[in-house]
Design a protein around this ligand. Structure first.
Ligand code: ADE
Length: 249
């Protein structure tokens, strides 16, 4: 079973596309799925476009049509935890869709996607990474360092909004303990879980989601995306025990 890899935007995709070998393209909907090998591992790589609907569509195709055994998102995010800096890396152990729920008295009460307290209620909020996968990932990264970057495991928040607002970033960090915010991971997790496919989200910080976010993003997106790719490549051997490995040569 190949490893499915999703990126949202070209700066995230470009490094991986350049590393892919033995490539076969398949067009589905708006997306080209590139089947091939990455460092000898069978993968299917797709650039979904931004947002939860785009990434849900692509995750669905990876699970259902390509039979991927694991689905990984690699890309950039805005930092929420004040202890993190641009360039640091967050590996999600949990993702929450922060923008779904009930609006009452002018304020959103976040609920699990597809649930509100009076229709199909649930206590659940967010999606957790498969425990075995997380153990393997943590072990594989234990002695791995990136120059000048901190690596943290924790909660990543997803919503269909690009955040450059200091007040909101503080609230999201306070309300959910989110380390980083992005626009796709929660949808990938929801779809993957529904297919019974383990998933992972790796994000390097291109900005800190505050009022300077759009300028920082432009300056740092490529460097951050490259850091995420470095982590992903390190993790390939543990991402899918069933992924075929073809040594180079
Ligand atoms: N991806 C990278 N930076 C982001 C931000 N500030 N908000 C949402 N998604 C992002």
């Amino acid at each position: 079973m190949p490893i499915g890899i999703i990126c949202a935007i070209p700066p995230e995709l470009i490094h991986l596309r350049a590393l892919l070998r033995h490539t076969t393209p398949t067009q589905v909907a708006h997306t080209e799925f590139a089947s091939g090998t990455l460092d000898g591992y069978d993968v299917v790589l797709a650039g979904s476009g931004m947002g939860k609907v785009n990434s849900a569509l692509v995750a669905t195709v990876l699970a259902d049509r390509f039979g991927c055994g694991t689905i990984v998102f690699s890309g950039v995010a805005g930092g929420l935890d004040p202890e993190l800096a641009v360039g640091d890396v967050v590996v999600a152990d949990r993702v929450i869709q922060h923008d779904t729920g009930v609006i009452e008295n002018g304020r959103l009460q976040t609920c699990q996607a597809g649930h509100v307290p009076f229709i199909n209620p649930t206590e659940r909020l967010g999606y957790s990474v498969d425990a075995d996968l997380l153990d393997r990932v943590a072990a594989r990264l234990a002695d791995f360092t990136l120059p000048r970057a901190t690596m943290r495991f924790g909660t990543v928040l997803s919503g269909d909004q690009y955040l450059h607002c200091d007040v909101t970033r503080q609230r999201l960090h306070r309300d959910f303990g989110g380390l980083a915010v992005e626009m796709e991971g929660g949808a990938v997790a929801q779809v993957a879980e529904s297919f019974g496919v383990p998933w992972l989200v790796v994000r390097a910080l291109s900005d800190l989601a505050g009022h300077d976010a759009r300028f920082d993003f432009r300056e740092f997106v490529e460097e951050a995306a490259a850091s995420s790719v470095a982590i992903l490549r390190r993790l390939l051997p543990v991402l899918s025990p069933s992924a075929r490995h073809r040594p180079a040569g």
